[in-house]
Write a protein that binds this ligand. Sequence first.
Ligand code: S3P
Length: 174
Amino acid sequence: MSDDGPRRHLVLVGLMGAGKTTIGAACATRLARPFVDTDDIVEANTGMSVSDVFAQEGEAGFRARERRAVADACATPTPAVIACGGGAVLDGDNRRRLHRAGFVVWLQAAPATLMARVKDGSERPLLQGRGTATLERLATVRAAAYEAAADAIVDTEDRAVAEVVDAVLEAYRP
Ligand code: S3P
């Protein structure tokens, strides 16, 4: 990890469909910073899609790779915007690492809204064919982990991307 100060990154967490990638990329443009996505790191390191990693290595294999991706993202040498896969903060080590290296914003939306954003969920192995009920269950099961990870919460419901970006950057305290 570089030593240019703790908590320098802006980190986005939340359920699938919360807008971490879209909002993160837009925040990175506004801040003129690199944008890093832990799912992209897993895909680059494996040469496989996240779905294929789940299919070949199971969720446990994916989580091990995700943990390394979180460490790599936190080690980005210049201040960055980091979008985490929705389940990354379930791991206590990931939570602590992200919290040390960045300011963590939890993007929220209602399960039906999340479901509409991920469309049929076909690129999300945890959702396939299971829809909104799965997102409702994950929202309940994961709430404590997101809460523990978050320095700030931003509601994305009924808000345009630019409005959410404004709210995130307003909440951000590097
Ligand atoms: C997951 C979320 C996905 C991806 C994987 C598992 C999760 O990322 O990491 O499918 O456990 O919530 P996004 O939140 O970017 O969709």
